[in-house]
Design a protein around this ligand. Structure first.
Ligand code: NAD
Length: 425
C-alpha cells in the first residue's frame, strides 16, 4: 500500500531536507511536527531555518504543512522521527526527545501505520524503548503496525552528498514491513536503499560509522601531539601516506571534534555495551583524546605567544569561528565554544568572529577583528577565513596565528614573518 500522508517529526538538519525530498515527488501529503514555533513559522513561509541547500531550494516550491501541535500526526500512514539524540552533561545518552516524540505518536497510533526512526540511536533503542511505549496502545508491533529504523547519514554543507543520493540501510520488526518501508524510500531517493535483516543491525550501522570516524580522528590527533614534539609535519606525512592505493584512509588532526554526531554517538554504543557487560576502553580513549584537543590548541597558542616575545595575559586574542565545522552555523558540541571557555578561565582578552553566526560574534567583520587583535586562533575552517591572504594578516599587525584547522597558507604566513602553528603542522 502506498502511503498517502507522511509526517516527519522534528524539522532540523535531518528532518527538513527529508520532508522536502519526499514532498518534491508530489506523491504524498507531507506534514511536519516541529516543537519550535520559530522554526515552524519560518518553514511555513518557505524559509529554511538551517543552512541547507536542498531545503533552501525546495522549500519555496513544495507543499509542506507544518504544525507545532501533535494533532498533525493524526491519520498519518508513515511517521518519521528525526528528533535530536544528544548526551547529558555526564555523557550518558539523552533519549528524552525520542521518548517524547514516541509518546506523541502513541496518541494517534492506528493499525497499518509505519513508524520509522531516523534519529541516530544505539542498538536496542527501537525494541527496548520505542516499541514498549507504542504497545501501550494495545496494538502489537509487527502485526498491527510496523517499526523501522532508517538512519540518516546526511553531512550538512556537503555539496556532493545530500539527502537524495546518500545510500540508506533499513531494518524493521518484520521482513514484509521492511520491504514496504524500503519501497517508500526508493520512491523518493536516488541512492541505494538496502534492506538489512533486523532493527539492531540498522541501529548499529550508523553508530559504527560515526565511531569509526571518531577513533580515526583520535589517532591523528594523538599523532599530532607526538609529531609536534618530534618536529615532523603530520599533514605532509598524511598526504604522502595517502598515495598508498589501498588500506590507508586519510583523516586530519584539528583543534577538536564537534557536531551532533561524532562526539556524541560513540557514547550511545559505550553505554549500551556497558549494560551488556562490555567495556569499550578503546572508544573511551578515542573520546578522551578528541576531547583534549581544544586544551591542546590553547596550550600551543600560549607557547607561540611566548615564542613571539609577547605576554599571554596581555595579548588580544581574536578567535576565528564559532561553529563546529566549515561553512555552516551549527554550534552543537563546537570545539570553538570550549576554546572560548578555556581562554575565559585564563582571563585572556578575547573577541570572536563567525560570519555564519553573526548574532554571537563580538565584531561585524574579519577586518574589525584583525584590527583589534594581536594574535589569532582559527577554530573553524570557514571559506571566508581559508581564502584570506597572508598580506591581510600582516597589514593588521597580527603576530601569531594558531591554525586549529590547518587551513591557512603556512608557507606564506611564515614568509610574512608571522609566527604560525597548525595542529601537527
Ligand atoms: N546533523 C547531522 O549532521 C546529522 C546527520 C545524521 C544524523 N543525525 C541524527 O539525526 C537526529 C536529528 O538531528 P538534527 O541534526 O536534525 O537535529 P536538529 O536539532 O537540527 O533537529 C531536530 C528538530 O527536532 C525538533 N524536536 C525536538 N523534539 C521534538 C519533539 N518531541 N517533537 C517534535 N519536534 C521535536 C527540534 O526543535 C529540532 O528542530 C539526531 O539523532 C542526529 O544524531 C544528524
Amino acid at each position: 500500500m502506498i502511503p498517502k500522508k507522511v509526517t516527519v517529526i522534528g524539522l532540523g538538519y535531518v528532518g527538513l531536507p527529508l520532508a522536502c525530498a519526499i514532498a518534491k515527488t508530489k506523491l504524498f501529503n507531507v506534514c511536519g511536527y516541529e516543537i519550535s514555533p520559530e522554526k515552524a513559522a519560518l518553514i511555513q513561509k518557505g524559509i529554511s531555518p538551517i543552512e541547507d541547500e536542498v531545503a533552501r531550494k525546495l522549500l519555496p516550491k513544495i507543499k509542506l504543512t507544518v504544525s507545532t501541535s501533535d494533532e498533525i500526526l493524526r491519520d498519518s500512514d508513515f511517521i518519521i522521527v528525526c528528533v535530536p539524540t544528544p548526551v547529558k552533561n555526564n555523557k550518558l545518552p539523552d533519549l528524552t526527545p525520542v521518548k517524547s516524540a514516541t509518546r506523541s505518536i502513541l496518541k494517534y497510533l492506528r493499525k497499518g501505520q509505519c513508524i520509522i526512526i531516523e534519529s541516530t540511536i544505539n542498538p536496542g533503542v527501537c525494541e527496548e524503548i520505542v516499541l514498549p511505549i507504542l504497545e501501550k496502545s494495545g496494538l502489537k508491533g509487527g502485526r498491527d503496525f510496523e517499526l523501522s529504523h532508517c538512519p540518516e547519514r546526511i553531512n550538512p554543507g556537503d555539496p556532493t552528498w545530500d539527502v537524495n543520493n546518500i545510500p540508506r540501510n533499513i531494518g524493521s520488526l518484520t521482513e514484509k514491513g521492511n520491504a514496504r518501508v524500503a519501497a517508500f524510500y526508493r520512491s523518493f531517493l536516488k541512492g541505494e536503499v538496502r534492506e538489512v535483516s533486523n532493527l539492531k543491525v540498522a541501529e548499529a550501522t550508523k553508530i559504527i560509522e560515526n565511531t569509526f570516524r571518531d577513533i580515526n580522528i583520535a589517532y591523528v590527533n594523538e599523532l599530532a601531539k607526538s609529531f609536534d614534539l618530534m618536529g615532523i609535519d603530520l599533514l605532509e606525512t598524511i598526504h604522502a601516506a595517502s598515495n598508498k592505493p589501498f588500506a590507508f584512509m586519510p583523516h586530519f588532526p584539528s583543534c577538536g571534534v564537534g557536531g551532533h554526531c561524532i562526539p556524541v554517538d560513540p557514547y550511545y554504543l559505550i553505554t549500551r555495551a556497558k549494560k551488556a557487560g562490555f567495556n569499550h576502553s578503546f572508544l573511551r580513549k578515542a573520546r578522551q583524546v578528541n576531547n583534549s584537543m581544544p586544551h591542546y590548541a590553547v596550550s600551543l597558542l600560549e607557547a607561540k605567544v611566548k615564542e613571539a616575545g609577547l605576554v599571554f595575559s596581555k595579548v588580544k586574542i581574536g578567535v576565528l569561528g564559532l561553529s563546529y565545522k566549515a561553512n555552516i552555523g551549527d554550534l552543537r558540541e563546537s570545539p570553538s565554544l570550549e576554546i572560548l571557555e578555556i581562554l575565559a578561565s585564563k582571563k585572556a582578552h578575547v573577541k570572536v568572529f563567525d560570519p555564519h553566526v553573526p548574532v554571537k560574534s563580538d565584531v561585524k567583520t574579519l577586518d574589525e577583528l584583525c584590527a583589534w587583535a594581536d594574535v589569532l586562533l582559527l577554530a573553524t575552517g570557514h571559506r571566508e577565513f581559508a581564502a584570506v591572504p597572508a598580506a591581510f594578516f600582516k597589514k593588521h599587525g597580527i603576530r601569531v596565528i594558531l591554525d586549529g584547522k590547518n587551513c591557512l597558507d603556512k608557507k606564506a604566513l611564515l614568509k610574512a614573518r608571522i609566527v604560525y602553528k597548525g595542529i601537527g603542522h
